[in-house]
Design a protein around this ligand. Structure first.
Ligand code: AMP
Length: 858
């Protein structure tokens, strides 16, 4: 059974289950239905935008996973005069209030024709269409991390959920990027019809010396003496725990889930709340979620007195309800207040204190048709059953159905999992069997060659001291158990047989000698020409520690601003570093930047990192601490005295070079330019700029080569872009998740960036300055194609390795990367191709490359 089918079955089962479970409060975990951008339930006329780039990128094309062929595949805003692009928005009108828990975004892919997407965006919403509210997460942040490529949809939970009829997606972009978006909203209809509540803001309790805050921290209306014209925690679908000191939501302060008041501040003994609804309704009941921790002075309200209003005045006869005190259970609970089918568009309730404190977490109203039928029909209300009683009975009868359905679902899912696992095991067995047959056949056919190769290889090993069988072992520490790719070599029998002397692999001192970038730099520093071996060097480095000018920075002086991205080690954050300039030694000072606090990038080792990752992280610190060059990312300070380990580097405003270039277009000669391209000047580069960027990388590499430092993973993804097209080389030792597709997994173990690797690196495990030069050639190609495609994109990984064999054989059958359209002929023929010469000694040095690039700019 395919994954799609499994999803379908699971979905049907859930629909059955949900249809059976009629709820009277909105449940954010279930209220996650697509609201109709993809499915078409939202009409074209309900999708609008601030602007559109062209008719074919109008708002109506901004539907997630939807490409109907008429348009260009997404909504793309027109050219905005705002430098920060904050005015652009795509607006969706849902026609009625909805509880929205999730949003999805996607870029413009258009079957490979498009490559625009929003890396970050904000959301604004409105219930009436006139007042707009900026959505913020529970920590007050507005910006949502969006897409990383043009095709994958990225879903983001809205925490807290929002209640609105109109929603706007606002790409956050700097002027150098073109963005296009396709979106979807997920949630269900907001059947309560509540448009706002007005309450006194919550109080602060001091409990055993701890501050406990009962304020309504996500209220989206106005706050003066009272909170007015908004909704907040009382309608966020999260109910507090019995112990109000703890929160359902990780990392929030004590009391977070409740809004609460102290009796002493209310001389009349009650808290008055006013509820406004979208239209006149027939109210059957109100459910109030209350805390009852009487051992700490908190109890259910003693009495609720509710007044009703359909016109200008409140009606005289209120509904009065007394729940009765509970001295037995301290459990928090929903209390149902019957509202006697009263008609109103506003309700005013006075909740009388039952003790010193009253804490409420959630409120829900049942009116007329307002019962949550969670079937997929956009959450449209079902009509009330005759004689329906919206109190506990409903919940009780449904509990049994719910449990029954849950058991059935679990059983079905278990059966599906067993079937899938069984299929996988079966497939693996088949694969193994066929592979074994293939291997046997190959072994028989190539027995002679293999013997010859083994002999040649082992003689090389003994000659050279030891040709390590674990040459790649520590290069990409994702997989510590990497084995030599002998299968690959066996695929190239001529390689083993070749009469031509194979350049000798770099010697390693023992099997566990880490062929790590660090070894090179340390061995240089410790160089004793005769017999220094990397193992000794690495050991020295481990004890030698970091560069002495690098100091521990006080963590409390770092203020988080936003997440920049995520790498293999963990997240990278943009932070403000207080007094950093004073803290840095002169040689580390960031020239021309006297801003305080200073913006820095903080790379943090994830908390669950294992020992290997921790060691690798410390190694990267050691390597970086010794590098000082304008084109190498500067390590400024570290926080390693306690966990989580952090390295603080200079902040590169434009992120990694690959993404940066991907979002640019090449400026053509002036006469070819369209009117739009003239306007789009800011997102265009000329080939001179591109060559300038490559020259900066060459300059950084020239510095590394002066230290005999081999980078081993040079590529645009591992370079960062600062202001004014400044490029710096980064990533000393790790590959990144984002670019997983650039790495080739051999026998499911090691990962290698084969498309950037020289033939001798792949076949011999030999990494030298010359193999870095090869990678530079590929990086230059990426730059001049604006990273619009992966190198050798038309070849599979296996074919790339076969092509490597052709480079080795050198019979004119090897495939070179083609000349990028706007690449000057001289740069391609004299420079790029020379980086891929078979004989490593004939490749240019970084000194030559740098000179050549600078000259071509003159
Ligand atoms: P890394 O862990 O180095 O692979 O970085 C992960 C992500 O963080 C990448 O997508 C980079 O774009 C971003 N990043 C890393 N270092 C910096 C920096 N110094 N300035 C700006 N962005 C950075």
């Amino acid at each position: 059974m395919e994954v799609k089918e499994v999803k379908l079955v699971a979905h049907h089962v859930f629909v059955v289950l949900l249809a059976a479970s009629v709820r009277t409060q909105v449940n954010p975990e279930m209220c996650r239905y697509p609201l109709g951008m993809t499915g078409g339930q939202i009409q074209d006329e309900d999708i609008s935008a601030s602007s559109q780039y062209s008719e074919s990128t109008a708002a109506r094309f901004g539907r997630l996973d939807f490409d109907n062929g008429d348009g260009d595949g997404a909504w793309c805003p027109g050219v905005t005069s705002e430098a920060d692009g904050l005015k652009d928005f795509l607006q969706v009108d849902l026609r009625s209030l909805h509880f929205i828990t999730l949003v999805g975004t996607q870029g413009r892919h258009a079957d490979g024709m498009g490559n625009e997407f929003a890396q970050r965006y904000r959301i604004q919403y409105s219930r009436g269409g006139s007042d707009w509210v900026d959505w913020r997460d529970r920590k007050g942040r507005q910006v949502i991390e969006g897409n990383r490529n043009a095709y994958e949809a990225v879903l983001k939970d809205l925490e807290p959920p929002l209640i609105a009829r109109f929603v706007r997606f606002m790409p956050v972009t700097d002027h150098s990027m073109i963005v296009c978006m396709r979106v979807e909203l997920y949630g269900c209809e907001w059947l309560d019809g509540l448009t706002s509540y007005s309450i006194p803001d919550g109080h602060q309790m001091i409990y055993r010396g701890r501050d406990v805050y009962f304020n309504d921290s996500v209220y989206d209306g106005a706050s003066a003496e009272r909170l007015t014209q908004g909704l907040g925690q009382l309608t966020d679908g999260t109910w507090g725990l019995d112990d109000f000191l703890h929160s359902q939501i990780y990392g929030m302060w004590p009391g977070y889930d409740y809004v609460g008041w102290n009796n002493r501040s209310f001389p009349k003994g009650y808290v008055e709340m006013i509820f406004e609804f979208d239209h006149v309704r027939n109210f059957t009941s109100m459910k109030v979620y209350c805390n009852n921790m009487y051992s700490r002075g908190v109890r259910l309200f003693r009495q609720a007195t509710c007044y009703f209003r359909s016109g200008p005045d409140w009606e005289a006869d209120p509904v009065v309800f007394r729940p009765g005190a509970d001295h037995v259970s301290q459990a928090a609970r929903f209390v149902t207040v019957p509202l006697g089918d009263r008609t109103a568009s506003s309700i005013k309730c006075r909740f009388h204190f039952g003790d010193l404190w009253m804490l409420l977490s959630e409120l829900a109203f049942q009116s007329g048709s307002a019962v949550y039928n969670t079937s997929r029909n956009k959450g449209h209300p079902t009509s009330l059953l005759p004689g329906y009683d919206p109190t506990h009975k409903l919940d009780d009868s449904n509990t049994r159905i719910l449990i029954g359905c849950l058991v059935a679902v679990i059983a079905i899912l278990l059966a599906i999992i067993v079937i899938i696992l069984w299929r996988q095991v079966w497939q693996k067995m088949l694969e193994k069997a066929s592979r074994r047959m293939l291997d046997d056949e190959l072994t028989a056919r190539l027995a002679d060659q293999t013997r010859a190769f083994s002999f040649h290889h082992s003689s090389l090993s003994s000659e050279e001291g030891s040709a390590s069988t674990s040459t790649y072992e520590r290069i990409f520490p994702l997989c510590a158990d990497y084995q030599e790719p002998s299968r690959l070599i066996r695929k190239l029998p001529e390689f083993a047989q070749s009469a031509e002397p194979v350049e000798k692999p770099e010697a390693a001192c023992s099997d566990n000698a880490p062929h790590y970038a660090e070894a090179d730099i340390i061995s240089l520093q410790e160089s004793s020409e005769s017999s220094t071996c990397p193992v000794t060097a690495v050991n020295i480095s481990l004890f030698a520690g970091t560069d002495s000018s690098l100091k521990e920075f006080p963590r409390n002086k770092l203020t988080f601003k936003e997440k920049l991205g995520e790498g293999q080690f963990g997240e990278v954050h943009l932070c403000e570093a207080e007094d950093m300039q004073d803290f840095l030694n002169e040689d580390l000072c960031i020239e021309g930047n006297n801003m305080s606090p200073l913006l820095v990038a903080v790379k943090t080792l994830r908390e669950d990192a294992n020992k290997n990752a921790r060691n690798d992280f410390l190694k990267e610190i050691r390597i970086m601490s010794r590098l000082r060059d304008p084109n190498i990312v500067r390590l400024l300070a570290v926080c390693v005295d306690s966990d989580p380990l952090c390295m603080i580097t200079e902040y590169m405003e434009n992120g990694d070079l690959n993404q940066f270039l991907c979002n640019l277009r090449l400026r053509q000669a002036a006469e070819d330019r369209t009117e739009w391209e003239e306007k789009e000047e800011r997102s265009m580069v000329c080939d001179r700029k591109l060559i300038g960027m490559a020259a900066q990388i060459a300059s950084g590499m020239k510095y590394l080569s002066s230290l005999n430092f081999v980078h081993r993973d040079l590529a645009t993804r591992n370079c960062l872009v600062g202001k004014n097209y400044t490029i710096k080389i980064a990533d000393f030792g790790m590959s990144r998740n984002l670019y997983r597709g650039d790495y080739y997994r051999i026998q499911g173990r090691a990962v290698l960036p084969i498309r950037w690797m020289s033939w001798e690196s792949i076949l011999l495990g030999k990494f030298t300055m010359a193999s870095d030069v090869w990678a530079f050639g590929v990086t230059l190609w990426e730059i001049l194609t604006l990273c619009k495609e992966q190198p050798y994109s038309q070849l599979s990984d296996e074919q790339v390795i076969e092509n490597t064999g052709e480079f080795f054989r050198d019979q004119g059958k090897q495939v070179y990367l083609p000349k990028p359209p706007y690449c000057p002929d001289k740069v391609y023929s004299d420079l790029m191709l020379s980086c891929w010469r078979r004989n490593a000694k004939q490749r240019p040095s970084f000194q030559d490359i740098h000179t050549q690039l600078v000259e071509s700019l003159a």
